[in-house]
Design a protein around this ligand. Sequence first.
Ligand code: CTP
Length: 402
Amino acid sequence: MLKDKTIVLGVTGGIAAYKAADIVSRLKKQGAHVHCVMTEGAQAFLTPLTLRTLSGNPVITAMFDEPKQWNVEHVALADKADFFLIAPATANIIGKVANGIADDFLSTTIMATTAQVIFAPAMNVNMYNNPIFQENMAKLKKAGYLFIEPGEGDLACGYKGKGRMAEPEKIVNFLQDLLNRQKDLEGINILVTAGPTREPIDPVRYITNRSSGKMGYSIAERAVKRGACVTLISGPTSLTPPEGVNLIKVETAEEMFSKVKEHYASNQVIIKAAAVSDYRPKFYQEAKIKKSEGDLQIVLGRNPDILNFLGQNKGKRILVGFAAETNDLQVNAQKKITKKNLDFIVANDVTEKGAGFNYDTNKVTLFFPSGEQKNLPLMSKLQVADIILDEVKLLLSNKGVS
Ligand code: CTP
């Protein structure tokens, strides 16, 4: 329930602004305190009086109103707010925030608030697909802003496609889910592995793979935010570790194995997002290999399969594996679940656009031992992380752990 939660609702100028009234009334019905801010554009579609009546609070309509309705206390309120929702959010407000422009009350407050900001975009399909808008959205997602995907269908502008603001019911459910997740993993120890491994050939060369570590780091970030105590064992990446995690840096698969063995016992959940190299050069050359006329052959030897070890020593722990595949996703993923004794596996086809290595987004399918599968649409890695953690949470509850 959103009872007694404080929500600041920013309304920008689009035909969907009329739906803001429905959002306010749904939030009020749940017992939330709602404070509305309207841009000038929004007021062309909906009167402040409507939102004032529904919310029971004054509506902020301009930065320099006399007498000022919004003062320092109001900014503090935006800070204290549980959520700062912008619905509908035009390409304009998203573009402004993404580029640091604060030229009216709403954009200024969004940039000043420390509350979780959520955008519910609404616009013409071509604007939505415009690469500049997509870039702005990606930039904001990366900075931790959340987006409620618009729906597809007939748009008010006469076009068909993606751009219709999510329905008020869906928006309110989104906030509800977000709230339910806050600190729901308190008291749980989670071990996450991330990134590639690096297998040295000689002092200057190594074998590695294309993993960026983003998926594992996103899981660690969300798990910490949700109250878990997180140990992140990471291969070499260029990422900034999320605040609050216990980071252990490794290079090779063997080092990762040794650190996992050291730490796994004290964790109830292990999520193996790392792309561990299956092989390593069998003979490490102490001196740099010099070129010669003929071919050079490097003999590779097998690395330990860390996930396999964990599956065999799992006990009551929840064990989640990853599978990056280029073909036969389902068959390969199901095989790995059985072979490695997993609770579920997160599989992605790395040949899909926007999925896999180095993207901020991912498109994955979760496979379960029962044969059940959940296909998720393309979404940010942080959102994928939350869904993985939701499944983990459910499994923990089923096992009576929380
Ligand atoms: N993994 C591991 N240790 C390894 C290799 C992989 O722990 N030496 C883990 C990864 O962290 C990931 C999962 O196993 O969670 C990937 O499964 P795996 O079958 O090893 O994938 P591939 O290495 O791609 O296997 P295959 O070559 O059979 O596709």
